[in-house]
Design a protein. Sequence first.
Length: 470
Amino acid sequence: MTTLPQSAPTPVLHKLIGLLLIAVTALVTLREWGHTSLADPLTFALWTVLVAVLFPTVRPGRKGFVVVAVALTAMLIWRVPDWQEIVAQAMVSGTFIAAFFTALATLRSAAEPSPEIREAGSFLARQPPGRRYLALTLGGTAFALLLNYGSITLLGSLATAAAREEPDAEIRGHRRRRMLLAIQRGFVTSLPWSPLGFSVAITTALIPGATWAGIILPALGTALLMAFVGWGIDTLFKPRLTTTPPPRGRPDNNWAKLKPLAWLLAILVVSTAVLGWLTGLRIIALVLVIAPVMALAWTVMQVRQGRLPLRIRLRDYAFREMPAYRSEVLLLTMAGYIGTVGAPLLAPLVKASGFHPEDLPTWVVLVGLVWIIPLLGQFAMNPIIVVTLIAPLLPSTAELGISPAALVTAITAGWALGGVSSPFTATTLLIGAFGDVSARHVGVIWNGAYMLVLLAAVPLWVLAYAYLFG
């Protein structure tokens, strides 16, 4: 599938995009930490200017999101009396997503040029077949916390490079596919629980009473289930070779190469836990500060090791790296805005149809959430749009007789399954590019058996938690 290229911004636009993203991030951080909305008019104005500046620089498909957002806003003004409050909520969602993405990108910017991180990734890719899948799955989860989608780019390039070293074409093809799937599945196993993922950040904000501390245990259960199923399928359905594989050399057992990654994750987890305990702020507010501070400290350490001066690194991040993410920023922020604006328009249509979600049994709601997100993902529905549209229509957790954690667990599980199977998500697009196949081939063929098992196993886990513990 070919796409039209997006227009490259001029140097002036590069600087304007970078400055706007930094300003919006600072103002959103002030809103979260100061519990004040005094700066919201300025935040909304800057975000609107940012969208207007990004619009002409992205390809037509991304422009469509802005057109839909404008059309829904016009319809909202026409049909809903208190439209001002809803638009304000939608702008809160859009500005938060822009700020959250910018904050996470600082950590990615600091990590990607680090030779220690690249060496840790190479170590995982060089593991022998018997443990390579688990190494890349668990390592992919850890890398996802630091690099987000950059983890797939980094590990995918290292995995394909390692596969190219195999002289046998048949073995090389199987190895590349299995390594790429392990990396993708490692990434999506972070989605149910990672405090740095949009799935957790957005869902906990939408479900009253939900907190990261409250969902971490059941969400980790989802992640472990997904990892175990992936490893089991990879082990049970090993490809049958037509030739005898050559003997392997001694494996690299120097696990100390993972120490830098382990230290970074430990600092991230401990700082989040301690700062959360001291301030009582929600996890997304903490990440807005912790990620940039960690990135700045890491960059300063790299500068002291003789790399680029700090002012050049900061300038590159603000005026080169962040504008390069313009397509992703516009897509994600518009998805949050569209879902928030669209929900009040959808609610009357649902009631008029005679469908009443509050009348559904609890188990139907939970299983439906696990299934509907990946299903709609097959039709280009971004998970952010799906969740922000559906969440306001759901019965309250009191009506369902379950805890907020159980409801969030179902939603983030569905979000993760969408990341595995949807041909329109970044995970399948990136894996397909590395594997020289289409994104739909990755989601339907490569991950077909994996998805079928998870579509049965994950709802059972969600129901077990909801009824026994939640």
